[in-house]
Design a protein around this ligand. Sequence first.
Ligand SMILES: [Zn+2]
Length: 291
Amino acid sequence: MIDTNHKNNNQQTISNSISIKGIGLHTGNLVELTLEPAAVDNGIKFIRVDKKNDNVIEAIWSNVSETVLSTTISNSYGVKISTIEHLMSALSGLHIDNLNIYINANEVPIMDGSSKPFVEMIEEIGIKKQSKKRKLLNVKKSIEVSENNTSVKIVPNNQFSIDFEIDFPSKIVSKQSCQLQLINGNYKTDIAAARTFGFEKDVKYLRSNGLALGGSLDNAVVVGENEILNKDGLRYTDEFVRHKILDSIGDLYLAGSPIIGYFYGNKSGHYLNNQLLRKLFSDETNYEYIN
Ligand SMILES: [Zn+2]
């Protein structure tokens, strides 16, 4: 994502190291995550401190190895890190280009199910402007991928904007759509607090398959047949579609650069987001880099 109103589009990192602890959604284990500043052109890297060797995983589209329920990246040695999308979304929303993320498990902690805790920790420690311009990925041709009535596309546009539609067979969620231009820091107010969600009827199935073991009403909106089970209700009236936008922003940041283009998602998820990037990068005439 790019704030095209920024006159000084320099690369950014954080001012100092900061750590956070939380539960992994799928494993239920306690995880410690430390963000450390990184040099210009470093990009975003995950470092598994529970592994001695071959433990660096670059946060880039070509390293995406699994997209069921969350986005997982792996390096060439098969070392993995899962559920990176909410943290990646926060980094995109705050324009963090360079960062080393040290983690002692194979999963980013779920925190409250949104990217707000990551946004707050970064704002607490501060953002540091660096001495080199950001490299921006300008989309030159329209790219679309689809599967089973779901689709994503990206088309040339003079700034990053995002449009998403969902349609669930649930009277609580049903149809929602949301369109946003992410400028002037509105990621923080309009997207960051939107939590992941799940349906009560699916929770049992996930648990019996060893998934969502750390999931609870503290880190997800749980939708029953007739009501939201969370005591305090929703944070936005259209929180579900806003979370899908949050996820897409995180997945698209695996392009390795902020994208300039218009993104449209229709009932899509992590799989199609990654397929879209793979198709975009399959032909060098689809895009160009600009400063
Ligand atoms: Zn999510």
